[in-house]
Design a protein around this ligand. Structure first.
Ligand SMILES: [Zn+2]
Ligand SMILES: [Zn+2]
Ligand SMILES: [Zn+2]
Ligand SMILES: [Zn+2]
Length: 508
C-alpha cells in the first residue's frame, strides 16, 4: 500500500470553496499527488527546509519541456501551477512561501504566464478540435481564477509578456473581469488599448472603468494563509497558531497535532516582512495564553487552548493574539543580562541566548527528538563561537561545562546526583549511570544512587522531573518562578471562567 499522503496546507473551507467553482469540476489538482506531499514535507523541515521556490518540483512530467519548463528557463513550481490553472497548487505554494513574482530567465512571472495562456486559449494558432473545446473553455476559466489569486496577492500588474503589458492582453481578449481587476490593482491603461474594442459601448465601458479606478489605492493584500483576511489584519498583525492538521514544522513528517503540539511544544506563525513569507516559530507556551509565563502546567494550557477556540468560535471573535514577540524577547533579554551581572547566568550562556533567541529548558524528553537535536547543535555551536572569540580566560572545559547543553536541553556535562557527591562526568575517568527507572537522574556509583534514593524516589518518573540543568538554567527558573508564582491559580480561575461561558459548569 502506498504511504498515506498529507493534506494540503490550506484551510478546509477555503479548499472546498475553490473546488466548488464550476471550472474545477473534474479537475484534479496536483496538491493531492505524491510530488506535492513530498514538497510539503520537505518545506516543513526546521533544520533544512526546502527552498519554496524550487524549480518545478511537481506537476505533469511528460510535457514540461514543451511548456517551457527546462532547467535553463529557471521557472518555479508556482510558474507551473499558474500555467496549468491549478488554483489549489498555486495557493498552497504561496502558503509554503513561494515568491509570487518569481521571474524566469525571460523575466516572466507566474501571472504573466497565466494571462498569456488565457490569450492562447482564446486565439489558438491552430483551431481546437470540437471535442477539446470544452476543456479549453474550462482551462481558460481556471487561468482567470489563478490570475485573480495572484493579483490579489499583489503580483506585479505592470508585467509584460513578449513586450505586451498584461492589461493590453486582457483588452485584446476582452475579458472584463480581468480588465477591471488589473485597473483596480493599478495597471496603467493606455489610450491605444481602445482599439481592441469594436463597439462604442465597449470603449465607453473601458473609459468609465479607467476613470473610476484612476486615483483609487490598491486593495489590501490578502494573507497568504488564505484566511480571507487582509495580511495586515492576520499574520501581518500578530502571531497566529500553526494549524494542527498541518505537517509539523520540526521536520518529523508527522502532523503537528500528533507531534510537537501533543508535547506542548507550540508553533506560532508570523509574517516576516524581510523574507516576504509566513514563518513558523517554536514556543513552549500556548499561543493563546503565552502572557501567563512559562511554568504553567502544559495540560491545563491545552484545555485552555481548546476552550479559547470554542469560545471564540461561538462568539464569532478572533482568538486573542499573543503579546508581541519583540516585547517578550526584550523582557527576557533584560532579565538575562541582569542575572548575568549578578553572576547567576554564565556569560557563554548569555552569548548563546543572544544568537539563538530562546532559552533551552530540559523537560524530561517532552520534545520531538529531531527538534531537540537541532536545537542542541545550534546552541552548542554558539558556545563554540564564544570560546573561539577568546575573550574568556577560563579553560574550554569550564566554559563548556557552564554553557553547553545535552540532547534533551539540560547540562551536557553533568555531575553525579548522589547526596554530597561532586564528581563530574568525564573528569578523572568518571562515568555516570542513569537511574534504571526514570533514566534521567545520573550517578557515579551504586553507593551514590542509594544515598540519593530517599529524596529521588518522590521525583523519579514524576511530572516535575527533568534532566539535570546547567546552573544558569536553574537560576533562570528560580527567577521566573518568583515572577510567575501565582500563575497556576490564575489558570484555574480562567478554566473555570471558560467552563462557565461554554455551559460546562452550572452557574452557582
Ligand atoms: Zn493569515
Ligand atoms: Zn514536531
Ligand atoms: Zn557520586
Ligand atoms: Zn529515577
Amino acid at each position: 500500500m502506498p504511504p498515506a499522503l498529507s493534506k494540503p496546507h490550506l484551510p478546509a473551507a477555503f479548499m472546498a470553496s475553490v473546488q466548488a467553482a464550476p471550472c474545477m469540476a473534474g479537475y484534479k489538482s496536483a496538491v493531492f499527488e505524491e510530488d506535492a506531499h513530498d514538497h510539503r514535507v520537505a518545506c516543513c523541515n526546521w533544520s533544512a527546509p526546502r527552498a519554496p521556490d524550487l524549480q518545478f518540483c511537481y506537476g505533469p512530467q511528460s510535457n514540461r519541456a514543451m511548456l517551457g519548463f527546462t532547467v535553463e528557463a529557471k521557472r518555479t513550481t508556482l510558474h507551473l501551477a499558474a500555467l496549468e490553472g491549478d488554483v489549489l497548487a498555486a495557493c498552497e505554494l504561496i502558503r509554503l512561501g513561494a515568491t509570487v513574482d518569481a521571474a524566469d530567465s525571460r523575466g516572466l512571472t507566474p501571472l504573466s504566464l497565466a494571462v498569456a495562456h488565457m490569450s492562447t486559449c482564446k486565439n489558438p494558432q491552430t483551431p481546437h478540435p470540437p471535442a477539446a473545446k470544452r476543456d479549453v473553455a474550462m482551462t481558460f476559466l481556471r487561468l482567470a481564477y489563478v490570475s485573480r489569486i495572484l493579483i490579489q496577492q499583489h503580483a506585479n500588474v505592470h508585467i509584460k509578456y513578449d513586450d505586451i503589458p498584461i492589461l493590453e492582453i486582457a483588452c485584446s481578449i476582452q475579458n472584463w473581469e480581468l480588465i477591471e481587476l488589473l485597473l483596480q490593482h493599478g495597471a496603467k491603461p493606455l489610450n491605444e488599448y481602445l482599439s481592441y474594442f469594436d463597439s462604442r459601448a465597449e470603449r465607453a465601458r473601458f473609459i468609465s472603468l479607467r476613470s473610476s479606478y484612476a486615483s483609487s489605492i490598491r486593495p489590501a493584500r490578502l494573507c497568504r494563509c488564505w484566511s480571507g483576511k487582509p495580511l495586515a489584519e492576520c499574520h501581518g498583525a500578530a502571531a497566529q497558531r500553526y494549524p494542527e492538521d498541518f505537517i509539523c514544522a520540526c521536520g518529523s513528517k508527522k502532523t503537528y497535532k500528533r507531534c510537537c503540539h501533543a508535547r506542548s511544544h507550540f508553533i506560532i506563525e508570523k509574517w516576516d516582512e524581510g523574507l516576504q513569507r509566513i514563518m513558523p516559530h517554536f514556543t513552549t507556551t500556548s499561543p493563546a495564553y503565552s502572557r501567563m509565563g512559562k511554568d504553567v502546567d502544559p495540560k491545563k494550557l491545552n484545555i485552555l487552548d481548546q476552550l479559547a477556540q470554542e469560545i471564540s468560535a461561538a462568539a464569532g471573535l478572533p482568538l486573542p493574539s499573543a503579546p508581541s514577540a519583540d516585547k517578550i524577547s526584550r523582557i527576557v533579554m533584560e532579565t538575562l543580562e541582569l542575572l548575568a551581572s549578578r553572576g547567576l547566568v554564565d556569560l557563554a550562556f548569555l552569548y548563546a541566548y543572544r544568537q539563538i533567541g530562546s532559552i533551552p529548558q530540559p523537560r524530561a524528553r517532552a520534545y520531538s527528538e529531531h527538534l531537540a537535536l537541532e536545537r542542541q547543535s545550534k546552541w552548542n555551536e554558539a558556545v563554540d563561537e564564544y570560546i573561539q572569540q577568546g575573550n574568556d580566560p577560563r579553560p574550554r572545559f569550564e566554559i563548556e561545562r557552564a554553557a553547553k547543553i545535552g540532547k534533551w536541553q539540560g547540562a551536557l556535562i553533568r555531575m553525579c546526583e548522589g547526596a554530597g557527591c561532586t564528581n563530574v562526568e568525564g573528569v578523572g575517568g568518571i562515568k555516570l549511570q542513569m537511574c534504571g527507572k526514570c533514566k534521567i537522574a545520573v550517578y557515579c556509583s551504586v553507593g551514590c544512587q542509594r544515598s540519593a534514593w530517599t529524596t529521588h524516589k518522590a521525583l523519579c518518573c514524576s511530572e516535575d522531573q527533568h534532566e539535570q540543568m546547567l546552573p544558569s538554567q536553574a537560576n533562570i527558573v528560580k527567577a521566573s518562578s518568583t515572577v510567575m508564582g501565582n500563575a497556576p491559580a490564575f489558570t484555574d480561575n480562567l478554566i473555570r471562567q471558560g467552563q462557565l461561558l461554554t455551559g460546562q459548569l452550572p452557574k452557582s
